[in-house]
Design a protein around this ligand. Structure first.
Ligand code: NAP
Ligand code: MG
Length: 487
């Protein structure tokens, strides 16, 4: 029996400082072979409410200073770092990404915790000169940033650890209490994360309930978050459908939405085509394509289409497909049967409409080979829809106007990439592509954890990235000093 098979991952959830069970449980399976990995409680509505109320109380009781919040987050980072290999194995067990990629996710999560700790020390306000308006020459004013109270975090399956850190880290940095809710197919790495946070809180003497984790159905938890008055903020990463629902129902609550994408990467004829191909294949196939800003559409200058396609095929064929625990595997299984069926449908419909399969195209169960498709036109499903699979659809364009128009020919606007050596084209792409980020000489899939990150259009609202999340989890108060009787 392998180490993975012998690990017991039947876990509880964290409510008001206690690890608790529920009447029902949710089973977690390994995507690659379907074996049982563990289970978590399916929280009742009452348990979610209890977690929110505990967070509300803890937030009011907590008087952690900035340096204590920094220490808390640094301590959690240290605990995670010390347990990094075990955590990486849990991420691969529940989500199915290759173990090497899970190690990268864990390392990023350690850094995101530390970045959050540092940000706790930078909650600056500003001095506001009052004399621009007549009659206030002797008035002084400044702003101060205050926590919102209860910040809630709902995360998807594809980066089950680091996306939770992206919400809970900044929430705690800013002095809030947090309630987390991971995706039901990948809850175990979040449970482990909250074990470290819980321990770090305890060591520091923080009030019970400052961090809570509820596992369970998205709609049960979602309804509680929407309906409970104590919830000041909902930070959601996931599908556009759920994001729209939250936007419609969240009323006065602060809402951050990190949603889907159909990200373009433009390759112009003056670019280093081999380097572009290397990055595109990696950007389209990492985590088997289950990345929100993965390369979804390649828009290539038609004069170099053949050359780029050859380079893409060479790179894609070099990827090893197989067991995610094999150190050499580059592409493993999609997370579940639904995702796999959607990728197969989009692939088959795109080929039926006339696209050419340059390499790959075979699938079995949840495993889909890295696949390069040429001759793709903008009306085909692989171009129109967000594909959470390792497809590389190549669309040829005649000129740069068409490249920009095609880049924007989507309801999404998360990130974009453009490979060119021409500074004017690069600047034009940056100005004219309607996306939350435009990356010159790399792919749309680029993200560093401190940078502002978040899409336009149907890709969401608001930004993440530690400093930017902290801004959203605080409110700004103006304090004015007016002349008193001794003035
Ligand atoms: P999803 O189905 O929307 O689920 C995301 C989370 O929302 C899960 O925790 C889910 O819980 C929960 N949920 C479901 N129904 C809910 C409701 N009514 N109210 C509140 N929460 C609810 O998304 P997914 O399939 O896991 O993730 C894939 C999507 O996420 C893709 O579209 C991808 O592009 C997007 N994504 C975006 C970013 C970004 O930063 N922009 C990053 C990663 C992923 P259950 O699991 O219990 O249903
Ligand atoms: Mg889902």
């Amino acid at each position: 029996m392998s180490v993975e098979n012998s690990v017991s991952l039947d876990k509880e959830m964290l409510v008001d400082g206690e690890w608790v069970d529920a009447d029902d449980r949710i089973e977690v399976v390994h995507p690659y072979d379907g074996r049982r990995v563990g289970s978590v409680p399916a929280a009742s509505r009452g348990q979610v409410d209890a977690a929110i109320e505990a967070a509300d109380r803890a937030h009011r009781e907590s008087d952690l200073s900035a340096h204590e919040r920094y220490e808390l987050l640094y301590r959690a980072a240290e605990l995670l770092e010390d347990d990094a290999e075990a955590m990486a194995r849990v991420v691969t067990l529940e989500q199915g990404k290759p173990i090497a990629e899970s190690r990268v996710e864990v390392d990023r999560a350690v850094q995101t915790l530390r970045l959050s700790g540092e940000e706790a020390k930078r909650l600056f306000g500003e001095y506001v000169p009052m004399d621009p308006q007549k009659g206030f020459d002797r008035t002084h004013a400044f702003t101060q940033r205050e926590p919102l109270g209860v910040v809630t975090a709902v995360t998807p399956f594809n980066f089950p650890l680091n996306l939770m850190v992206h919400k809970v880290g900044p929430a705690l940095a800013a002095g809030n209490a947090a309630v987390g809710k991971p995706a039901s197919n990948t809850p175990l790495s979040a449970v482990k994360l909250f074990e470290y946070l819980d321990r770090a809180c305890e060591e520091l003497g923080a009030p019970a309930g400052l961090v809570n984790l509820v596992t369970g159905s998205g709609s049960v938890v979602g309804d509680a978050l929407l309906e409970h008055d104590a919830v000041e903020a909902i930070s959601f990463t996931g599908s556009t459908a759920v994001g729209r629902h939250l936007a419609a129902e969240s009323g006065m609550k602060e809402l951050t939405l990190e949603l889907g994408g159909n990200d373009p990467t433009i390759v112009w004829r003056d670019a280093d085509l081999d380097e572009a191909a290397r990055q595109i294949v990696s950007g389209a196939c990492s985590n088997a394509g289950q990345v929100c800003n993965s390369v979804e559409r390649v828009l290539v200058d038609e004069r170099v289409e053949d050359e780029l396609v050859d380079a893409l095929v060479e790179r894609a064929e070099a990827l090893a497909v197989g067991d995610p625990f094999d150190e050499n595997t580059d592409v493993a299984a999609l997370v579940d049967d639904d995702q796999a069926e959607t990728v197969v449908r989009i692939f088959e419909e795109t080929v039926e409409k006339g696209a050419t399969v340059e390499c790959g195209g075979r699938y079995e169960g949840r495993v889909f080979e890295p696949t390069v498709l040429s001759g793709v036109t903008p009306d085909m499903p692989a171009a129109r829809e967000e594909v959470f699979g390792p497809l590389v659809p190549v669309i040829a364009v005649a000129d740069f106007d068409e490249a920009i128009a095609e880049a924007n020919n989507t309801e999404y606007g998360l990130e974009a990439g453009v490979f060119t050596q021409d500074i004017d084209r690069a600047k034009r792409a940056a100005d004219e592509i309607d996306a939350g980020g435009v990356n010159v000489n790399t792919v749309s899939g680029f993200r560093a954890d401190h940078m502002p990150y978040g899409g336009f259009k149907d890709s969401g609202k608001g930004k993440e990235g530690v400093k930017y999340a902290v801004e959203r989890f605080t409110r700004e108060k103006l304090v004015g000093f007016h002349a008193g009787k001794n003035a």
